[in-house]
Write a protein that binds this ligand. Structure first.
Ligand code: SF4
Length: 427
C-alpha cells in the first residue's frame, strides 16, 4: 500500500466523506476548522468499520467529536458555518476558540535541562534517568492524528516547533556526557517513525557513542496507524537495520508502541510488521490511554491485552487520558477507570500483569491509581508516585485522596507529592 494522507480539506473529496451521516459531516466541517485532522488510506480502508459510524471506536479515535468544545462555542461556530461565512471571516472566532483549547503544561520550565545556565533546546527531563529528545523533523507530524492528542498545537506551528526541537544531532551530547546518571534516551515526537531511516540514524548515532546511555527508546504509533512502515515502505528494511544497528552498539532498544484498541492489532499487516520488528531483537512494549467511548469497557481492555500477549508484546502502561483538553471529554471517572482495569486484569493471563495502570502522566509526575481503601469509615483513592522530579522527593510515596465515584482527576499531583505530609497527617 502506498501512503496517502488526507487533511480536513482533502478528506472532503473522498467517498468516505459522502458516506458520513449528515450530522457527522457537519461536526467534521465545524471541528476540523479548530483541531488538526489527518487520516491515511490504511486507517480509512482497514481500520474504521464504516457501517458502525459514528459509534465505531477507531472512527472516534481519529475524527473530532462535538464534546471537544464547550456546547456554547460549538453552537456559535456551527452558526457561522450555517450562514455560509467564508473561511477568512470565520477565522477570528476560530482562532479565539483554538486559543482556549491550548493544552496547559503547568511545569514545563522545570523539565528543561540546562547547561551553564542555558536551556538545551529540544530536550526535556522530567525524571532523573531519562532524557526526552525532540529532533526538529520529529515534532512535525504522525501517520494520522488521534482525536485525544494534546500535541496538536505543535503540528502546524513553526514557532512552537522551533522552540521545542533541535537541529544539530550533536546538540544533546555534551549534556548527556555531563550527566551520566541518564541511562535512557527517548526519541519521541509527534511520531519519530515518520522520518526516513537515514534521518533517524543521523540523530541517534551521536547518542550511541555515550557509554552511560544504555537504553534507546522510541515512542511511536506507526504500528497502529501505518504498519507498512515496517513491511513495504521503501526504507522499511533500512529502518529494521537501524534497529539492529542500535543493538549492535550494545544498547537495549525499546519500542514503545501506542495502541488504544484491539482492532489496531488484528490484521495481517500488523502481524507481519510485529514479526519483522521482533526479528531484530527489539522489545515492543505497549502503552496507551483509557479513553471514553473508545476503550472504556472491561471487554475492550481484555481484548487489547490478549492481542498484545498473543503477539508476543509486553503490556506496559495504561494511562488516564492526559487532562490537556479543557472539556475533558475523553476522560472517565477515576473509580470507573480503576474498576475496568482491575476487572480486566482478573480476566487476562498473568503475563498481562506487566501493565501498570491506571497511571496519570503529566509534565512532571507519573502516578499510579493503585486502589481504594477505607480508613475510619471513609473511602480513599490510593495514589502511588512511580516517578517524580528529584527536587520533590516524591518517588515511591503513597498519598490518599478522598474517594468520589464521579471525579475525573486527582487534583494537583505536583503539589500533592511535594507536600511533606505523612499518611497520618492526611488522615
Ligand atoms: S500518534 Fe501520538 S503524537 Fe501523533 S496524534 Fe496520536 S497521540 Fe498524538
Amino acid at each position: 500500500m502506498i501512503f496517502k494522507s488526507f487533511n480536513n480539506k482533502s478528506f472532503k473529496h473522498t467517498d468516505y466523506y459522502t458516506r458520513l451521516p449528515e450530522e457527522e459531516r457537519e461536526i467534521f466541517d465545524v471541528l476540523s476548522s479548530v483541531f488538526h485532522f489527518k487520516v491515511n488510506n490504511y486507517v480509512l480502508e482497514h481500520l474504521i468499520h464504516w457501517d458502525n459510524v459514528p459509534q465505531d471506536p477507531i472512527y472516534k479515535l481519529v475524527f473530532p467529536r462535538k464534546e471537544m468544545l464547550s456546547a456554547l462555542d460549538y453552537e456559535k461556530l456551527r452558526q457561522l458555518f450555517k450562514i455560509g461565512l467564508d473561511e477568512k471571516t470565520r477565522n477570528n472566532f476560530v482562532q479565539a476558540v483554538k486559543k482556549k483549547m491550548y493544552p496547559e503544561v503547568k511545569h514545563a520550565e522545570t523539565g528543561f535541562p540546562k547547561m551553564d545556565d542555558k536551556i538545551i533546546t529540544g530536550a526535556y527531563r522530567n525524571f532523573p534517568t531519562i532524557l526526552n529528545l525532540f529532533p526538529d523533523p520529529m515534532v512535525k507530524t504522525c501517520h494520522a492524528y488521534c482525536s485525544y492528542c494534546f500535541r496538536w498545537v505543535a503540528f502546524d506551528n513553526i514557532e512552537a516547533q522551533k522552540k521545542t526541537a533541535y537541529r544539530d544531532p550533536n546538540d544533546p551530547v555534551a549534556y548527556l556526557k555531563a550527566n551520566p546518571e541518564i541511562t535512557d534516551v527517548l526519541f519521541t515526537g509527534a511520531d519519530p517513525l515518520v522520518l526516513k531511516a537515514e534521518t533517524l540514524k543521523k540523530y541517534i548515532d551521536p547518542v550511541l557513542e555515550i557509554e552511560s546511555v544504555q537504553v534507546i527508546r522510541i515512542n511511536s504509533k506507526a504500528l497502529g496507524w501505518w504498519p507498512y512502515r515496517f513491511t513495504t515502505d521503501k526504507d522499511a528494511d533500512a529502518l529494521l537495520e537501524l534497529f539492529e544497528y542500535i543493538q549492535s552498539k550494545g544498547k537495549h532498544l525499546n519500542f514503545s508502541a501506542h495502541f488504544t484498541h484491539s482492532r489496531e492489532l488484528e490484521n495481517e499487516v500488523v502481524k507481519e510488521a510485529i514479526q519483522r520488528i521482533k526479528q531484530t531483537g527489539t522489545v515492543i512494549r505497549c502503552q496507551g490511554p483509557l479513553v471514553k467511548g473508545i476503550n472504556d469497557t472491561v471487554e475492550d481492555l481484555v481484548l487489547l491485552w490478549r492481542e498484545q500477549i498473543a503477539k508476543g508484546l509486553v503490556p506496559y502502561y495504561l494511562f488516564v487520558e492526559a487532562d490537556h483538553n479543557p472539556e475533558s471529554c475523553f476522560r472517565i471517572p477515576l473509580a470507573k477507570a480503576l474498576h475496568i482495569f482491575q476487572e480486566a486484569q482478573k480476566r487476562t493471563t498473568g503475563l498481562a500483569r506487566t501493565v501498570r495502570g491506571p497511571v496519570f502522566m503529566n509534565d512532571l509526575n507519573r502516578v499510579l491509581l493503585d486502589g481504594v481503601t477505607e480508613v475510619n469509615g471513609e473511602k480513599y483513592f490510593v495514589l502511588k508516585s512511580l516517578q517524580s522530579p528529584p527536587e520533590t522527593d516524591g518517588e515511591g510515596k503513597i498519598k490518599l485522596i478522598p474517594f468520589d465515584d464521579q471525579i475525573k482527576d486527582a487534583g494537583n499531583l505536583f503539589e500533592l507529592f511535594k507536600e511533606d505530609r505523612s499518611l497520618v497527617d492526611i488522615l
